[in-house]
Design a protein around this ligand. Sequence first.
Ligand code: 13P
Ligand code: SF4
Length: 359
Amino acid sequence: RASADELHERILAAKAALGDRVVVLGHFYQRDEVVQYADFLGDSFQLANAAQTVPNAEAIVFCGVHFMAETADILAKPDQAVILPNLAAGCSMADMADIDSVEECWEQLEALYGTEPDADGRAPVIPVTYMNSSAALKAFCGRHGGIVCTSSNAETVLEWAFERGQRVLFFPDQHLGRNTAKKMGVPLEAMPMWNPRKPLGGNAGDDLLDAQVILWHGFCSVHKRFTVEQVEQARAEFPGVRVIVHPECPMPVVDVADESGSTDYIRKAVEAATEPTTFAIGTEINMVNRLAAEHPEHTIFCLDPVVCPCSTMYRIHPGYLAWVLEGLVAGETLNRIQVPDEVAGYARIALQRMLDAKP
Ligand code: 13P
Ligand code: SF4
């Protein structure tokens, strides 16, 4: 097994040999040993933008998870290869909504609400998928007048959807959907959770009749660990602490936090603080630790005292990065992520709607 120093030398050598032929993108949740090689570090929205605007590199090596690499492939130029260093780097939340279940749900919603627009031209339902979903679900949204959102633009995207539809089907993350819609004034009673085991018809579908946002049952196993008690504990130990959490956290946690926002929002909030501040942060540990190391003027810690990593993000190890980069040097494109054209075409429509939706 190669030592960390050897891997470091190999990655630097491969990157130097490839020059502008490769661009390495990294998500904020990647470990530092990987982040150091990223040409661009960002949240999922920024990385999607970067993939679309990357200059003429032959390959984009994506240090993140599978749905992010799929998105990059959809948005990159056709001859650019997108590479995921470890194909086992998935996302458990993205796996919680599969295309067959969403199609089945859609059929039942069509049976309940019909398919005709109202007098204002608004469709019965607009599907909105969180970026953390498979390309097939993004394509579903593209085909059905829907759109993609990330945690940094969910409110803008929901506004876009409400202009065009009477209600929204939001998947896979119930928490992002609920937290965002609640912030926009949608009452909780108007946000039923889709239940595949409760067939529609008769009383069973009643709660859907007044629905404004129909939520899917997905969640993030990292963010669901944060609790109200942790927030109370942080406030008891550090009076004046600023609590910032990611909107994938459960609603009670977002409600008691001082602020909530995407990974980039959290980073900017820390960077913008001019006075030494104590921050308790509810998101993935690699990002929290990096912020703490970069900002010794502040006290920064993770709300969850037990280490809280995203285990799938962690599957991108420098060893895999060295392997795929050396493959490129040798003329081999390893671990390429390629979304089939028939899926990519519709998924691109839904992604482009998001990129064009302005706040
Ligand atoms: P961001 O959109 O904030 O980068 O978050 C992505 C993610 O996977 C959070 O769990
Ligand atoms: Fe998926 Fe959660 Fe990991 Fe984000 S932190 S990639 S939502 S499992």
